[in-house]
Design a protein around this ligand. Structure first.
Ligand SMILES: Cc1cc2nc3c(=O)[nH]c(=O)nc-3n(C[C@H](O)[C@H](O)[C@H](O)COP(=O)(O)O)c2cc1C
Length: 190
């Protein structure tokens, strides 16, 4: 697929299975992520790969941290939480190692660089025939989850990028009403 068509037709893949991208395919995804734009050459990206049996260990982390956030949560909810990482054969956790109080680059720009890397992960996966979905939720912002992944409290998890082979129906993107989103500026408002 040519690059422009890929950009214009990207959709998330809600149902993913084996095989995951690996080897040269995975390297290409990570290389694409490392080419994301970044103000000040801070190179704030970190990528924490979770795959194979480690997904079960990450499920344990999700359960323990959910219990800490929400004491009394039901066993059914905990079980669902435990199984979440098994929904894809590979999770690339995209992280921005934010430098607080950087003299020139505001925090938001460091986080945006992480977001650009996350999008590149999805697009590079799609370009090679793999499905991807960007997931977040409460664990993304939980310091205990960050610590379990070897991250600092100041690191920002940009997203858990679920990657694999798409099995389910992929909803084609609806045509957007361009007038709701795009304007042409012709001068300052009076
Ligand atoms: C920052 C961010 C976080 C997201 N977190 C979740 C999430 O936790 N769970 C979820 O089902 N979708 C989440 N989404 C949305 C999906 O990944 C997806 O973009 C959405 O379902 C729209 O589908 P599309 O990408 O095919 O247009 C998130 C998207 C973004 C940009």
């Amino acid at each position: 697929m040519d690059a422009l068509n890929l950009l214009k037709t990207r959709t998330s893949a809600p149902m993913l299975t084996e095989p995951a991208p690996e080897g040269a395919t995975l390297d290409a995804i990570l290389d694409a992520a490392l080419r994301a734009p970044d103000h000040g050459k801070l190179r704030p990206w970190r990528f924490v790969l979770i795959r194979g049996a480690a997904r079960e260990k990450f499920g344990d982390v999700l359960v323990e941290t959910l219990k800490a956030r929400e004491p009394g949560v039901s066993d059914a909810v905990l079980q669902k939480e435990r199984e979440k990482p098994l929904r894809a054969p590979l999770i690339i956790t995209v992280v921005a190692t934010v430098q607080k109080d950087h003299p020139k680059i505001p925090e938001i720009e460091q986080i945006l660089a992480g977001g650009a890397a996350a999008e590149n992960v999805m697009l590079a996966a799609n370009a090679q025939g793999f499905g991807a979905q960007w997931k977040t939720g409460a664990p993304t912002y939980d310091p205990k989850v960050k610590a379990a992944l070897g991250l600092k409290a100041t690191d920002e998890i940009i997203g858990f990028m679920y990657l694999g082979t798409s099995t389910g129906p992929v909803m084609p993107g609806k045509p957007m009403d361009r007038s709701q989103h795009i304007v042409e500026w012709t001068g300052a408002a009076a």
